[in-house]
Structures are given as C-alpha cells and as structure tokens.
Design a protein around this ligand. Structure first.
Ligand SMILES: Cc1ncc(COP(=O)(O)O)c(C=O)c1O
Length: 359
C-alpha cells in the first residue's frame, strides 16, 4: 500500500471531547465546550426553512458576510468563511507555511495549531508553561528569538481559559512586522467579560488573522462554520487556498439568524458567566486548584489523592464526560465545560458521591 507523506504518518488523530462511539443519552457531556443552551430559536427556524438541496450554496456567503460586517463593525473585505474555524486554521498553514518554516504557539493549547503546521512540514515551537497557566509574558521574547512565520495563539486559551494580555498581542504584532503573521483564535472570546477591539490594527494592516467560530456561543457546532477576520490582503490569499463552497446553505441561513439575535447571545453569555462562577466556587470549596477562566470551561486540578485520569474514568462510568488534561500534556488537570445548572448539579453531585465512596 502506498505510504502517506512522513508529515502525515507522524500526526496524531484528533481526539474529540466525546469519545468515538460513546453516546451521551442519559448522560452529560462537559468535555467538548459546546453551548448547552443550543442556538437561538430564530436560527433553528431558519435551518428548518432552508433551501433547495440540489443547488450549491452561495460560495462567498454574502448575506452572512453582510450580517457579520454590521454586527462586528468590520469591512466585508476583511471577512472569509470556512467549514469551521478548524478548517481555517489549516488553510492559514497551507497559505503561509513551507517545510522547515518555524511556527510558535504556547503549551498547553488547542492541538490543531501544531497539527496544521506539522502537516506543512513546519517546525513547531510551543512555549512551555507550568501546565496550570500559560507563560504569555515570555512570548514576545520567544517570538523575537525564533522569528516564526506564523504564531498561533488562542484567547481565551483552550484549555487554560485565560486571555492573552492585549499588550502582549500588540508587542507580537510589532515583532512580527512584515515577516510573520499572528493567528489569534478567539473561539471563546464571546464568553469573556471584555474583549479587546482589534479593529484599528486590522484597518492599519497589522499582521493579524483573527478566527471566530459558530460552534460555541452561536450553538451551531454541527453546522461547521468558522470566520477569518484579517486585512483584505490576507483574506484574498487564504481565499485562494480554501476550497469552493465551504459552508452549506442551511449553515449560512441559520448563522445569519444567529448573528442578528443579539438578545439571545447575551442570554447565553450571562448563563455561562453564572455557571462559570458557580463551578469555580464549588471546586475551590472542594480544594481543587482552579485556574481563572474567561471561557465556557474551567481548567483545574483535583486535590490529592485524586488522579485526574482516574477521576475522568470514574465520572464517565456515571455518564458524565469531562476532558482529561493528558492529551494537552498536563496529567494533573481536567477541563470541565460550563453546562446548564442541572448539568453542573449532576457533575458536582457525582463528585461528592465519588469522594464519599473513596476508600
Ligand atoms: C480554540 C479552538 N479553536 C477552534 C476550534 C474548532 O472550532 P470549529 O468547530 O469552528 O472547527 C475549537 C474547538 O473546540 C477550539 O477549542
């Protein structure tokens, strides 16, 4: 049988939050950072009324681009749609990387950045942290030394939940100048208390590519839709790489309705904030080492003698999925998605039962 390229042979398959073949029927999935409240009712209605399946979708997604341009106050020429932001992470690597190029990211972070870069034969230099937190303050110096073509940064970071400080981002943009590009993945930014406004930097042509997704606050993960926000030159380049018709007509129709229902988005953000505070408080009371979070998940280490992977398995046996830290390279930690109040009840209740049953 023909062998894949060496870059492909060494890739690790993506591990989804819900393990393959595992149906959460009576259970609770707090492992995939989904939106437990689902999409706006208007988006569901638009999905149900959508379109002729025999026709190709609008290739550029003009109605959605217009809706996003209005909602986010950004030039339509600065927007490009993709089949989920994961697709755009890969398109950016394909657009800018050749074998031997350097790419910087941080550890721990979302695995697709390293995957996309390695697929192109690039060298990945992940700035190590202590596992609990990311060493954002050391990043400008790390980038200055390595002079990468791409920097992938997630803010709030998956899995730690903290924002990249805006001053660090600004310094990175200066350091990268005309020779590099900062990919700032803001998948979870709509859950943060405040989000920096990068409009001026984009208009000034800064080396900045922001990614947003419809899988989190918009509650449309099944429809696979992501957005690149970048100076038009970058949008045009990535647009040549991205395959045609990346977003289906039902996804486009639902997304327009979701973007316009700002009251619903505010409701979800409020609910997540409330659940996040509750989860952080309840875990802290139970002596967990909890990292502050601005996302719809919490990164934390259970107290000894619990071992994170054993706890994940014990909860799974009770129908509750949380994410182990080991695939992120941090065996002491777990990541818990902020679910609905009754899901948090089930999770905390199960923790207390396990604690009481522990020999
Ligand atoms: C940081 C980050 N970026 C991107 C994605 C992928 O999102 P999408 O569903 O848009 O491909 C995820 C998914 O969990 C994520 O955590």
């Amino acid at each position: 049988m023909i062998a894949p390229r060496p870059e492909v042979a060494s890739l690790k398959p993506y591990q989804p939050g819900r393990p393959q073949g595992y149906a959460v029927t009576d259970g609770v999935n707090l492992a995939a950072n989904e939106n437990a409240w689902g999409p706006s009712p208007a988006a569901r209605a638009a999905l149900a009324s959508a379109v002729d399946p025999a026709r190709y979708p609008d290739m550029t997604g003009d109605r959605l681009i217009d809706a996003l341009s209005t909602a986010w106050v950004v030039d339509p020429a600065s927007l490009l749609l993709g089949t989920g932001s994961g697709h755009l992470i890969k398109c950016l690597a394909e657009t800018y990387l050749r074998p031997g190029d350097r790419v910087v990211t941080v550890a721990p972070t979302f695995s697709l950045y390293g995957q996309a870069a390695r697929l192109m034969g690039a060298e990945v230099h992940a700035l190590p942290g202590d596992g609990h937190t990311v060493a954002f303050d050391r990043l400008p110096e790390w980038v200055d030394r390595l002079r990468p073509r791409l920097v992938y940064l997630c803010s709030p970071n998956n899995p730690t939940g903290d924002m990249a400080p805006p001053t660090v981002v600004q310094t990175l943009l200066q350091v990268l100048g005309d020779t590099g590009l900062l990919v700032l993945d803001e998948a979870y930014a709509p859950f943060a208390e405040t989000v920096p406004d990068w409009g001026e930097a984009l208009r000034a042509g800064a080396p900045l590519a922001i990614l947003r997704t419809f899988s989190k606050i918009y509650g449309l993960a099944a429809l696979r839709l992501g957005v690149l926000v970048a100076p038009p030159e970058i949008v045009r380049a990535v647009g040549r790489v991205r395959e045609p018709f990346p977003v289906s007509s039902p996804a486009l129709a639902a997304a327009v309705a979701a973007v316009q229902d700002t009251a619903y988005l505010e409701f979800v953000a409020r609910e997540v904030d409330r659940g996040r505070r509750r989860l952080i408080g309840a875990l802290t009371e139970r002596h967990w080492d909890v990292h502050p979070s601005q996302a719809n998940f919490v990164w934390a280490a259970p107290p000894p003698p619990w071992q994170a992977d054993r706890l994940v398995a014990a909860l799974r046996a009770r129908g509750i999925l949380i994410r182990a830290g080991a695939p992120f390279g941090v065996e002491t930690h777990v990541r818990i998605t902020v679910g609905r109040p009754e899901e948090i009840d089930r999770f905390l209740g199960a923790l207390d039962v396990l604690e009481a049953e522990r020999p």
